[in-house]
Design a protein around this ligand. Sequence first.
Ligand SMILES: Cc1ncc(COP(=O)(O)O)c(C=O)c1O
Length: 413
Amino acid sequence: MSTVTSPTSFTVPCPEVESLDAILPEEPLLMMGAGPVPIPAAVAKANAIVINHLGGTMAKVVGQVKTMARYVFQTNSKWVLGVAGPGSAAMEMAISNLAWSGTRMLSIKNGFFSERMAEMGRRIGAQVSLLEVPDRTVASLEAVAEAIRRERPEVVTIVQGETSNTVWNHHLQEIAALAKAAGALVIVDAVCTLSTMPLDMDAWGIDAVITGGQKGLSSIPGVSLIAFSDAAWERVKARKHANAHWCLDASLAENFWHNAGYHYTAPVSGVLALHEALRLVCAETLEKRFARHLKCSHALQESITAMGLQLYAPRECRLNSVIGIEVPGTLSPGDICGHISRHHQVEISGSFGLPIVRIGQMGEQCRAHNLFRTVHAFGRTMVDLGVAVDLPAGVAALEKSLSNGAKADARVS
Ligand SMILES: Cc1ncc(COP(=O)(O)O)c(C=O)c1O
């Protein structure tokens, strides 16, 4: 009889680490940056459950996720899928399924994230041309029309909300129409905007929309969503060479998301969390959710300017879902983010080398109690760091704006 003996010493010794209780702050940070955002209790509860990734229960969950996602994307297309991965994985799924070696792709570049789409195109060998848009502006329709005439793209990529510099591409519908008229497919990054502001996939003629979980939807990071139009799906099915990204191959993902079969083991807890996040969006309705985002974001913007600080993006193309605030010359974004986190347990973001800090207004961030705490913590931080802001004026402006909004809500309902 053979016996199995354990080695008495291992090449890699067993490490000693601290438990999470020792690492995490005693009071959880209020997540008011550019994502991830706070999650509702129902989402957290769902995220603690593991079920079989195949079988009847999961099939029902997946069916409901697709139905609810169609409402949020405003599409009747069958081709809605989840993605095990960040928003960038959904982005790469859109690009790598619709473009390949030699595909003419036009990327409208407003900043960091719209450039990422171009980079993903280059990496799969697409012929990428950039329409570079100056910081804090949006592409004019004339410039887009001219680029489309010149480059004759098969695929156009654009971001609805460029989270990095807080610019909102408000001409999205018109740009999609220009691309469509020229026979191109349109891919839209709605990672930071979906469910925070209108995006009407079918009516606007968009062919692929991507989003992450951790922003407007107030779900967990790491499980994302994508919707393809029928035209996009035809291109996916007609391609001659398989997508080199096996995990992101939409034809393989179809097996799980549409045939209750196996592709890879789905992140079941994350899908359950996403289900609950979408269910809460549906319970609230898009109409009310957009109004809540608008009201809270405007109140925050008014509060920041009443304090005496400047917003980074000009009003006409300012994103509502993430607000960029100019950092006074003597400070760095890191000084502010570090101080507010350490002293007030509120987390906000810097932005990839830009001289701004960013406060999010996505999903659960858009609640009056979170706004009051954040505005107070932010104003105090600025005072502590020697910036002469008028904090009482900022809080008063927040209160005034929110209560004006509340009166308007009462009149409507
Ligand atoms: C507009 C936009 N696109 C894409 C991404 C990438 O998402 P993720 O970090 O989940 O990959 C982000 C993340 O902040 C974003 O704001």
